[in-house]
Design a protein around this ligand. Sequence first.
Ligand code: FA5
Ligand code: MG
Length: 494
Amino acid sequence: MKLAATGRAVRLAWSKRSGTAIGARLRVEARPQQQLRFQSTVVLQTPIIEHNSKTRSLEIDGKSHAIDEWTNVPPSILSFLPRNLHLRPSHPVSITRQVIERSFPSPTYTHYNDIHPIVTVAQNFDSLGFPQDHPGRSRTDTYYINKDTVLRTHTSAHEAEIFRDNKSEGYTISADVYRRDAIDRSHYPVFHQMEGSRMWDRRKVPGGDIVKAVWADLERLPKHDLEVEDPNPTIHPERNPLQGEHHSSEEVEAIAAHLKRSLEGMVVELFSRAKKAAVAAGNTNADVMEPLKVRWVEAYFPFTSPSYELEVFWQGDWLEILGCGVTKQELLINAGVPDQLGWAFGVGLERVAMLLFSIPDIRLFWSKDPRFLSQFSTMENINTFVPFSRHPSCYKDVSFWLRSSSSSAGGGLKANAQDFHENDVMEVVRDIGGDLVEDVKLTDEFTHPVSGRRSLCYRINYRSLERTLTNEEANELHNSVRERLVKKLGVELR
Ligand code: FA5
Ligand code: MG
């Protein structure tokens, strides 16, 4: 595996999945390659996107990827690859990463922050034991470069290789991840995760006693007075089982306690900074001043057991910020480190940053507007985001019939009643509207009593974060959305 920092230049030669000729080499963007240095090891380059109807390949960072009937990643998504928000020193995503890294210090933890986002299906799913029919594998949820290659959907895609590398007892990975998803103020097709893991080696701990070693390490973690609800047992035979053939319950009790205390410490570090910022900004509302509360809930991941999620009570609601658990031993056996055991977690950086800085809309993270970027400085100086003017919404509806299930769409995505997936509508809207769309909501659904055909109505909210959109602009975008829905999904507009 190449864990060394590499520049992320993107050079795309793109030809349509359907194979339709779209003209000879059409250079869409041909700005001179502007280089931005923000860390000694990383070089960003403006992407050049080339449409090439002959090669049937995508060239990304000097590597050529064949395209096939699985390819569903649009150029608009690939253009995010060089952005690297988690590495820009004063960006809120990067500040959040830096605060979290403080809770997982080196040399115990190695910090990996520049692993390339194109991974194999084997890395993203197979190595983690995802069953073949897991919905995460479907083309409606994941961006495929081709049938064997995807844009990683989570940082866990790198677990197996880092375990195999076996450089230190623990690690963190921060990285951009990609998911086809809904459009609203807390979801974006590209976001950042931070993964963390800590292992103990049966051959290396004193007397081979994992239980004693883990409790001793837990004693060395910072103590806190956080209010924690944890009503469930660490292990539950049906809901959250022990990996009985590999671990004793005493080992798992110790590892889970270390995992929970480490993550609670991370939350304390983050939210005491957020509180300080709110108070400094003159916000002493009851919900800010209330003591911080977190709770552990049972969860399921194919690559951990038992598994948990951590929720934080923030401004009147429980909000999930991370998933975690005791690493499946098969993963470690397959990675050639069968004597190690331990825990792993994955946290959403935007989700935490939105709370930390009071950022109300996930699209803002991608803003290049100095009115946004200039508000943040360093992790020693967390501040509450001050919104600049809120521009008006422009709502447009689109209603359409799905194809009846007997007809099949020629090429491309099918949108008959059985194959229809809402994420395909989201993708069309996103591809055309980009950051000018705030959210998309299903407002009406109707099945014809005689023909049985299904009709759907979506309301698209066009609103720029940076300026007022004219009605003409919104209409033009909306007409393109309507046309593309017909062309791509084969729907019949009403
Ligand atoms: C995962 O991605 C697991 N890989 C986490 C994990 C790692 C579990 C290691 C066990 C061991 P999940 O899909 O729940 O799990 O995502 C983890 C976190 O990412 C969520 O808690 C949330 O904070 C964030 N997240 C997930 N989807 C989105 C989204 N669309 N937008 C913003 N943040 C998201
Ligand atoms: Mg989750």
